[in-house]
Design a protein around this ligand. Structure first.
Ligand code: PLP
Length: 385
């Protein structure tokens, strides 16, 4: 059975071009870039090239790129590093819909005595800019707000937010893990100070990411040891990961238009058909400002996990908004923050596409999903028959 992979916000297939680029780094070019000999030294050049490729995608200077182990590390480094650099400031502003890589850090900071403001969102997942403005003050060390939401795809007005923070002299960090490669960026012309990205959401391998640090932004390193990454992130470099991420950044720039045309059209076709063919379902997220690949739909009166299991029988991979892996079956914190009713939040499914998806896969899913929903509704104790 063919796999239809609609879970690209969880992770993506590594691009063939990336695999080709990194294979020799395991077999032949395995030296340590810090070595004095030519064999190791030549690897340093590959890292420099990757830094340039990433800088070209982000529109920044290569010296502003720090390679990390992924989005989680970049988020941790940005927030903790900025706070350590401003020990007299005790306030952090974030949102209720961040990824746990930001939320868990903020909640830990709260336990340490920081004042943490979690901004709320409206029914479509949008922020209230006046609320943000009201909270920005001299005690604020950092504002950390995601570029695009991983569950709903809602895109925040990041440049406006960054300018608002800059206007008050507050450092601004954005978790752009889901946005890079889909939303064009030009950091040299932006007010963003710190930006996180993750390789495995971008057709690069897992375990590599980037923290962009605008020149002049004060950040205390928290990985200590060797002098790698200019002393800002110690540890022997994940050379294949870094080289692969560089190549993936180059490919992302080349495919950005396709994400916003062909992939968007596929997503729209899938979404329109589901909303038309399945009664009692609703779209979650801001329809006007959304990633082109993401679609989050709530199916009333059915469990998301049950839908996933039945889709899985047809080889269709998606994900649900309930944290069943935690054993709690609590609906997602993002949908809860948006005020999605309990019965709808439990039946939410996220389809996230990539450039590797085809129209045939969309048509196949449109054929298989509606009977699954009808069948589950027949069994549901919540539906009056
Ligand atoms: N931030 C967001 C918005 C994400 O979607 C993810 C991964 O799902 C992360 C951070 C964590 O990235 P990583 O898996 O590279 O640690």
């Amino acid at each position: 059975m063919k796999t239809v992979y609609f879970d690209n916000n969880a992770t993506t297939r590594v691009a063939d071009e990336v695999v080709e680029e990194i294979e020799p780094l395991f077999r032949e070019l395995y030296g340590n870039p810090s070595s004095m000999h030519t064999f190791g030294g030549q690897i340093g050049r590959r890292i420099r090239e990757a830094r340039e490729q990433a800088a070209a995608l982000l529109g920044c200077d290569p010296s502003e790129i720090i390679f990390t182990s992924g989005g989680t590390e970049s988020d941790n480094m940005a927030i903790k590093g900025a706070l350590a650099a401003a020990p007299n400031k005790r306030k952090v502003i974030t949102t209720r819909v961040e990824h746990p890589a930001v939320l868990a850090v903020c909640r830990d900071l709260e336990n340490q005595g920081y004042a943490v403001v979690e901004l709320s969102v409206d029914k479509q997942g949008r922020l209230d800019m006046a609320e943000l403005n009201a909270h920005l003050d001299d005690d604020t060390a950092i504002v950390t707000i995601m570029y695009a939401n991983n569950e709903t795809g809602t895109v925040f007005p990041i440049e406006r937010i960054a300018q608002m923070a800059a206007g008050k002299g507050v450092v601004f960090h954005t978790d752009a893990v889901q946005a890079v490669g889909k939303s064009p960026l030009n950091l040299s012309r932006s007010s963003i100070d710190l930006l996180s990205l993750s390789g495995h959401k971008l057709h690069a391998p897992k375990g590599v990411g980037i923290l962009y640090v605008r020149k002049g932004t004060r950040l205390v390193p928290f990985m200590l040891g060797g002098h790698q990454e200019g002393g800002r992130r110690a540890g022997t470099e994940n050379v294949p990961g870094i080289v692969g991420l560089g190549k993936a950044c180059e490919l992302a720039a080349a495919h950005m238009d396709e994400e916003n045309t062909r992939v968007r059209n596929l997503r729209d076709k899938l979404e329109r058909a589901i909303l038309k063919k399945c009664p009692d379902c609703r779209l979650n997220g801001d329809p006007a400002n959304r990633l082109p690949n993401t679609c989050n739909i709530s199916f009333e009166f059915v469990e998301g996990e049950a839908i996933l299991l039945l889709l899985d029988k047809y080889g269709i991979c998606a994900s649900s908004g309930s944290a069943c892996t935690s054993g709690s079956l609590e609906p997602s914190h993002v949908l809860r923050a948006m005020g999605v009713p309990f019965t709808a939040a439990h039946g939410s499914i996220r389809f996230s596409l990539s450039r590797y998806n085809t129209e045939e896969e969309v048509d196949y899913t449109i054929e298989k999903l509606p009977p699954i929903i009808s069948k589950l509704r027949e069994l549901s104790p919540f539906v009056a028959t």
